[in-house]
Design a binder for this molecule. Structure first.
Ligand code: CP3
Length: 345
């Protein structure tokens, strides 16, 4: 496949704010639990084990591209995989999420976490290379967790709604916090570099839980480290998407952190999101629950998102957060077709 076809794919055009033949669409968490063919492949294989096997990574990443004909593939992995790869004792428990055996509390705990090198993740390099060959003109999105969201798992020891221990460290032990954020920023930047050097066409930095922060704390304790990762990714020459949930009050800051594209969740009307991110392309933002509505209701709301998206220099259609496990894949197929047809008019 000529490189020019990839460079002029609707996804990469939109990410650069250039004119598109149709609005590109992909779905966060498209590779995973809602697909029967995924569940079949994963039978008897632990989540993190599947993230270390190039043949499984490749097949799971390709499944939604085949099924939906989406405009981009997202690499099948997890935001905690790089920590596992450097030796942090953690697991992903089904229905729970990432669980860390010995939560990080002290400077010594931080210092004990090794930096990531490509030698830690040979299976990532191998899987990306294979995928890029298979995907041809369809871009592969690499990703990493942003320092705050990854730190929350490390400090809390597992998923958290309030992030109380994480914030306690941020406010009460700023030296430990800064060391931890610097450590994760380095690991995330190195993980993105591995994926892009192996052929990924774009990267997404997932700061899923950043919406827990007040803007002043985001600026003081979170944004500098996300900026560091985004700046490092910028040197790789690929578009950078910056995403979080519940980030209505942070969208301007997330734009300023150095992203090319800002993800908007469904709580913010897309027109407002576009104004807040300051002239950048946007990604989003259909409520992921709308797949459970009657098809015509879902599509009517998708049409509104597409209309609003025309005000941005570039619009990548997505859900406002990940695909939920009980989503009917046929609804996502209809949604993908609708976005393509409607935006060609
Ligand atoms: O399709 C894709 O988007 C690619 C794969 C992907 C996974 N995790 C696979 C996964 C991506 C991009 C992620 C990122 C991720 N992981 C984020 C950021 C994105 C977001 O949704 O906000 C976060 C916060 C995590 C941490 C994590 N991993 C959680 C909260 C969970 C859910 C736990 C559960 O089962 O409800 C996971 C597990 C996980 N990551 C699964 C998959 C397919 C489910 C595990 C399984 O199938 O057994």
């Amino acid at each position: 496949m000529p490189a020019a076809d990839l460079a002029s794919s609707p996804f990469l055009l939109a990410a650069r704010g250039e004119p598109v033949p149709h609005t590109p669409v992909w779905f966060m968490r498209q590779a995973g639990r809602s697909l029967p063919e995924y569940r079949k492949l994963r039978e008897g294989v632990a989540m993190l084990d599947s993230c270390m096997q190039p043949d499984l990574i490749t097949e799971i990443t390709l499944q939604p591209v085949r099924r939906y004909d989406v405009d981009a593939a997202i690499f099948f992995s997890d935001i905690v995989l790089p920590l596992k790869a450097v030796g942090v004792d953690l697991d992903i428990k089904p229905g729970v999420g990432p669980v860390v055996a010995q939560p990080v509390r002290t400077l010594a705990d931080v210092a004990a976490i090794p930096d990531l090198t490509p030698e830690h993740v040979p299976y990532i390099t191998e899987a990306v290379r294979t995928l890029v060959g298979e995907l041809g003109s369809t871009p592969l999105i690499g990703f990493a967790g942003a320092p705050f969201t990854v730190a929350s798992y490390l400090v809390e020891g597992g998923p958290s709604k309030e992030h109380a221990l994480t914030k306690a460290m941020m406010y009460g032990a700023p030296d430990v916090w800064a060391a931890l954020m610097a450590k994760i920023a380095g690991i995330s930047a190195a993980y993105l570099r591995v994926q892009v050097e192996a052929g990924a066409s774009a990267v997404q930095l997932f700061d899923s839980w950043a919406g827990a922060m007040a803007p002043q704390d985001y600026v003081a304790h979170v944004m500098p480290w996300s900026s560091q990762v985004l700046a490092a990714a910028g040197e790789l020459g690929v578009p950078r998407i910056h995403f979080g949930v519940g980030t209505g009050e942070l969208l301007d800051l997330m734009g300023q952190a150095g992203a090319d594209v800002v993800g908007v969740d469904w709580r913010v009307p897309l027109a407002d999101g576009i104004r807040r991110v300051g002239g950048r392309p946007v990604q989003g933002n259909l409520d992921p629950s709308l797949v459970f509505a009657p098809t015509e209701v879902m599509l009517a709301r998708a049409a509104e998102v597409l209309d609003a998206g025309r005000a941005a220099p570039g619009h990548i259609f997505n859900l406002g957060h990940g695909v939920m496990p009980s989503t009917d894949p046929d609804q996502l197929a209809r949604l993908t077709d609708f976005v393509h047809e409607q935006s060609r008019r």
